[in-house]
Design a protein around this ligand. Structure first.
Ligand code: BGC
Length: 745
């Protein structure tokens, strides 16, 4: 089994026994200090005060170093670990590579909007290859938090509101990051985060407590994590917040009982940054000693950056509170991971590799394809889009039209230099001979600056004064006036979504809507391109702007992809992975709610509010195309099955328009009664199809116990029940094509 692969590295197809023998041999030699070192991830960031990184490595060795993105420095620190620490155990270098290392892909929420797990897999495979070439072994992704509250900034990092779509995207991202096993030298170790429930923060306020009953956790919040585990994810990260009053970092039920015992996870769990130390701040642990003890005993193997394990674990062993066996049990999966990854054989990175890898043309091609496939057409009245390439006089307007930072979006790796093709540039690339004018308009800023801003060397804009902003407004209006066609590029800057980036309102920030109204008032053809990392309540635009493209934060090739779609080289086919509420005040809002005694479609009762409809502005699963599709001939292989049996559901989909295009066929079910009430709709199947004009394809879905069971509060366990079900298949979560299913005992 010792073939050398194309990277010149030997794959490590070690048997379980061989791995275990090597790990036990290491453990037998290691001192307590070294074992504690392996349970520790230290910060390599210069901005962090603290003990000298090199000294710690010399004395203990360390499990991992994070917040460092410097290939040469990786090798230097690795050399210290190998040559100078007692057992010479190599370091795992870790960094957040969330949607690309140098080639930036659409943000994860956008990747989910492709409804094409293959796209997410390919994107993360490229991200992994670049990151690994830079010397990074481990990424803190994929982020798998279901998010049903668009005010929560971190909605941008995940796959949206739905557990079924989220699970598919979770598995795909794990495959993309890790490949077949952990030994692939062109991939990285993945980390399923943040376990669990973080997206349900009270009020959408980042880090605030979460109260989720077990039924919600098991039916909604756990499935993406379970899918990641089944796809072989090597590590998990615990979340920060209190889950039902127990911080996830010290939550034994979550980490030990569910993840390790019930699900049989054999990798290792790391805290979120400073999470172990924060158990004191959160009012859970008495002091740092107590925090280290309770976190370790809850099942958390590695302490990220708080140094609480480093300072307290040895003492806890020495005074007999923790046994050496307990420590060994925690160190074991960390060492196993390093052995399986081949780190002992290949601890160093070739410092010339990255430049070669990032130059690969397929990386940019994949980024462009991913951006094209993730964009969602929200409105296209009278087929305003696609635009003609003979357009000569175009104004591109808005604070995000030429912002590389916004185009790349949130979560860049440390020291990243923005290098995206902006929408303005993409349009110029597409129409090199046209007259394309540009105006920024009033710029947009957070009212309360982002705390990471102080580390950010790139986003150095001068804040406009109100007078400058007014002048910019007038210039934008004038620029629009002189054009025959106006493309407005509005939304949110990169630091408006993400961590520390929750907001109360979902409106377009700043004076953007005012500018949009003024430009619309000119009476010219107008297209709105949205650059943003969360749903926005664009109610006015949805009614008045004839063509709206949700481009998300589309990455390095984003502007080219936007131009590809606007000018008809690509027909958009993405669909929303979250519903768009009409207001931030409506959040959380999601389609898979249970019915009430007065359902919203009841004639007497139109809305839960008297001042606005509670329906979303755009429903989950929604997205248009330049062509049209018809669904027909919905068939169920059996209209009655027994509990435990399967059936197939098939439907014909026809492209009824004039050009080829993609449709995402979606299957929803509703269990009409049961021990618990079940959501009025739940996604249980989807497939993105490509159809030529006039072509018909038949799509088939399987339904069986996996899709029909649920975790019941009443039964306190998984049940599949004899009951009647509705089945709908269609183009979004409002699909109307219907079939009945009866499940009997
Ligand atoms: C975030 C994590 C991230 C970690 C390391 C934390 O603040 O919550 O998602 O992986 O920092 O950068």
């Amino acid at each position: 089994m010792n073939e050398t692969n194309k990277a010149g590295v030997t794959p490590h197809a070690l048997s379980k026994n061989e791995i275990s023998e090597r790990v036990e041999a290491l453990l037998a030699e290691m001192s307590l200090d070294e074992k504690v070192g392996q349970l520790t991830q230290i910060s390599g960031a210069e901005f962090m005060p603290g003990p000298n990184v090199e000294d710690i490595i010399r004395k203990h060795g360390v499990g991992s170093v994070l917040w460092l993105n410097n290939t040469k420095r990786f090798n230097e620190l690795q050399e210290i670990a190998i040559e100078e620490s007692p057992s010479g155990i190599p370091i795992l270098f870790a960094l957040d590579v969330i949607h690309g290392y140098r080639t930036i892909f659409p943000v994860p929420l956008a990747l989910a909007a492709s409804w094409d797990p293959d796209v997410a897999e390919q994107a993360q495979a490229v991200a992994a290859k670049e990151a690994r070439a830079a010397g990074i072994h481990w990424t803190f992704g994929p982020m798998l938090d279901i998010a049903r509250d668009a005010r929560w900034g971190r909605i941008v990092e995940g796959s949206g509101e739905d557990p079924f779509l989220g699970a598919a995207m979770a598995a795909a991202q794990v495959r993309g990051f890790q490949g077949e096993g952990l030994s692939d030298p062109e991939r990285v170790l993945a980390c399923a985060k943040h376990f669990a429930g973080y997206g349900a923060a009270d009020g959408g306020r980042d880090y605030d407590p979460v109260y989720l009953p077990e039924t919600q956790l098991r039916n909604v919040y756990f499935p993406p994590f379970k899918a990641a585990l089944e796809a072989g994810v090597g590590t998990f990260m615990s979340a920060y917040m209190d889950l039902n009053n127990v911080p996830a970092s010290g939550n034994r039920w979550l980490l030990k009982n569910i993840l390790q015992e019930e699900w049989g996870f054999k990798g290792f769990v790391i805290s979120d940054a400073f999470g172990v130390g924060s158990l004191v701040t959160q009012g859970f642990a008495k002091d740092h000693r107590d925090a280290a003890l309770r976190s370790l005993q809850a099942g958390q193997h590695m302490d990220m950056a708080s140094n609480t394990y480093l300072k307290n674990l040895a003492g806890l062993v020495k005074d007999g509170t923790i046994s050496m066996d307990e420590i060994d049990a925690m160190v074991r999966p960390i060492l196993e991971t390093k052995v399986r990854m081949g780190l002992f054989e290949h601890p160093y990175v070739d410092e010339t590799l990255l430049d070669k890898v990032i130059a690969l043309p397929e990386h940019r091609q994949t980024a462009r394809m991913a951006a094209q496939r993730s964009m969602v057409l929200l409105r296209n009245d009278d087929d305003l889009l696609p635009l003609s390439k003979t357009q000569q006089n175009i104004a591109v307007i808005g604070p995000l039209a030429d912002s590389m930072e916004a185009t790349e979006g949130s979560w860049m790796v440390f020291d990243h230099q923005p290098a995206a093709v902006t929408v303005l540039q993409g349009i110029r690339n597409k129409l090199p001979d046209a007259d394309i004018a540009y105006a920024l308009g009033p710029d947009i800023y957070r009212d309360i600056p982002h705390p990471f801003g102080e580390f950010d060397t790139t986003e150095k804009k001068s804040i406009q004064t109100p007078e400058n902003a007014e002048a910019a407004f007038q210039i934008a209006l004038k620029t629009a006036q002189n054009a025959d066609l106006i493309i407005m590029v509005l939304g949110e800057t990169a630091d408006m979504a993400g961590e520390f980036a929750s907001r109360g309102s979902l409106d377009l920030p700043g004076r953007q809507e005012e500018l949009l109204k003024a430009v619309h008032g000119l009476g010219k053809p107008i297209v709105l391109v949205l650059i943003n990392g969360r749903p926005l309540s664009i109610n006015w635009a949805a009614e008045h702007i004839p063509a709206i493209l949700e481009a998300w934060e589309p990455g390095t090739e984003g502007g080219n992809a936007v131009a590809d779609i606007l000018f008809g080289d690509i027909n958009p086919g993405g669909k929303l992975p979250v519903c768009f509420p009409r207001s931030g005040n409506h959040a959380p809002l999601y389609y898979a709610r249970t019915l009430t005694h007065l359902p919203e479609n009841d004639k007497q009762y139109h809305s839960r509010y008297w001042d606005s409809p509670t329906t979303p502005l755009y429903p989950f699963g929604f997205g248009l195309s330049y062509t049209t599709f018809a669904f027909s001939n919905l068939q169920v292989s059996e209209s009655q099955i027994k509990v435990g049996e399967h059936l197939t559901v098939s439907v014909d989909v026809t492209n009824t328009g004039k050009i080829a295009g993609d449709e995402v066929v979606q299957l929803y079910i509703h269990q009409k009664w049961g021990r618990d009430s079940r959501p009025m709709r739940e996604l249980k199947g989807f497939e993105r199809l490509y159809l030529q004009s006039g072509e018909t394809k038949t799509v088939t879905f399987q339904l069986g116990p996996n899709e029909l069971r649920y975790w019941s509060t009443a039964a306190n366990g998984w049940v599949q029940e004899a009951a009647d079900f509705d089945i709908w298949v269609g183009a979004d979560s409002l699909a109307t094509l219907h079939a009945d299913l009866k499940v009997i005992d």
